[in-house]
Design a protein around this ligand. Structure first.
Ligand code: SAM
Length: 238
């Protein structure tokens, strides 16, 4: 079987037939980074497991692990999933909040429809119009969980990428404190950098119990880490 790298990677994310560890024969002339990516995909147990469990991507297991350990979801909750494409976190959340709950998912990219989930595709979360739209979906109610797995497109310039990531984190935090119910949970992804501690301190101003979390499904060689804020303090009325 002689398939191109593009066809093969498409198979990895969609097909149940091709994903049986078919080793493409014609990758030697591909770039080093493509070869490394492919090798990593093939040897990653979470990629295979995601396919078996019908998750849209391996990221699902990060949230599953966090939820198994910290029990962030309960039936009936309203969850806002920011940076949700392709949608594996939303898959996990909708299953946990069950029929009475609500998941509202937003991303710049397209998110294919998912039963029970309100999807806002093609929307930049940092745009005030997108946040107004999310609030409209809440229809005067509050959220019990706001989670952000947003990541900016990496430029390779570390300082700039970290700054862009931090801007997304703070945007998610500002939104979360506006729409969250007293006692709610905030989960945000960041890349470890010089500002991580300050972000943790800032989240602690609004949430009682704040910790860094690195699930096993998050690759060891990745700077990715999560901050989990529990027990929202509420906003003081002035
Ligand atoms: C790691 S992926 C999220 C994976 C997702 N949690 C899942 O499990 O399927 C990061 C996402 O953040 C989105 N993103 C980055 N910046 C964004 C922004 N300003 N507004 C909305 N989405 C954004 C990207 O489009 C990308 O889909």
């Amino acid at each position: 079987m002689n398939i191109s790298l593009v066809q093969f990677s498409r198979c990895l994310s969609t097909s149940k037939i091709c994903c049986k560890k078919v080793i493409p024969t014609n990758i030697k002339n591909k770039g080093v980074s493509s070869q490394l990516w492919l090798k990593r995909q093939l040897s990653d147990p979470y990629v295979e497991k995601a396919k078996l469990m019908n998750y849209r991507c391996r990221s699902a297991f990060k949230l599953v692990e966090i939820n198994d350990k910290y029990k962030i979801f309960c039936p009936g909750q309203t969850v806002i999933d920011v940076g949700a494409a392709p949608g594996s976190w939303s898959q996990v959340a909708i299953k946990e909040v069950e029929n009475q709950g609500k998941v509202i998912s937003i991303d710049k990219q397209n998110i294919y429809p998912m039963e029970g989930v309100t999807i806002l595709s093609g929307m930049d979360f940092t745009d005030p119009a997108s946040q107004s739209r999310l609030m409209k979906e809440l229809n005067g109610t509050k959220a019990q969980v706001v989670m952000s797995d947003m990541a900016p497109r990496a430029s390779g310039i570390r300082e700039m990428d970290n700054e862009n990531m931090m801007n997304l984190c703070y945007s998610a935090l500002r939104f979360s404190v506006q729409v969250s119910e007293f006692g709610a949970t905030f989960l945000v992804k960041l890349w470890q950098c010089g500002q991580s501690k300050q972000l943790e301190l800032d989240i602690s101003r609004f949430y009682n119990n704040v910790k860094f979390v690195k699930p096993k499904a998050s690759r060891d060689d990745s700077a990715e880490i999560f901050i989990l804020g529990r027990s929202f303090k509420g906003l003081k009325k002035t």
